[in-house]
Ligand binder design. Sequence first.
Ligand SMILES: [Zn+2]
Length: 152
Amino acid sequence: MNNDSRILRCNHCGTRNRVPRARLADGPICAKCRTPLPSKATLPAMVTDANFEQEITSFPGPVMLDCWAPWCNPCKVTAPIFNQLAGQYAGVVKIAKLNVDQNPMVAARFNVLSVPTLLLFNGGRLVNTLPGTLTKPDIERHLNYLAGGTST
Ligand SMILES: [Zn+2]
């Protein structure tokens, strides 16, 4: 890989865009769908029962989905970590959140019995389910594994 450019995967359509490093600060957009590419300022994508197909199933790259609930204190503690990691892994792994109280269909489909639970997807397929609270290093370990997995 060329050190003068980075591959950023569009969070919207999943297309991989090669962006010269010198252009990263210019707010580059996806060559295919014209959506702004993920950046350090990117926050987790909000996934719902309604947009699940678009955001996860038809997304060609790796996704970490944080299943949470408003009444869950450990979820509140880890929320800033996911906000930070969404920027850190922008264009590499899509980080997303699902409120299980408001979106029972996805929660039931993937058998999410407790929160927090992390669901890991690649190419629209579930590859791992991680119930319970993880530390930031553990979350990053899974992100790095996802990032190094199969890509399109
Ligand atoms: Zn796109």
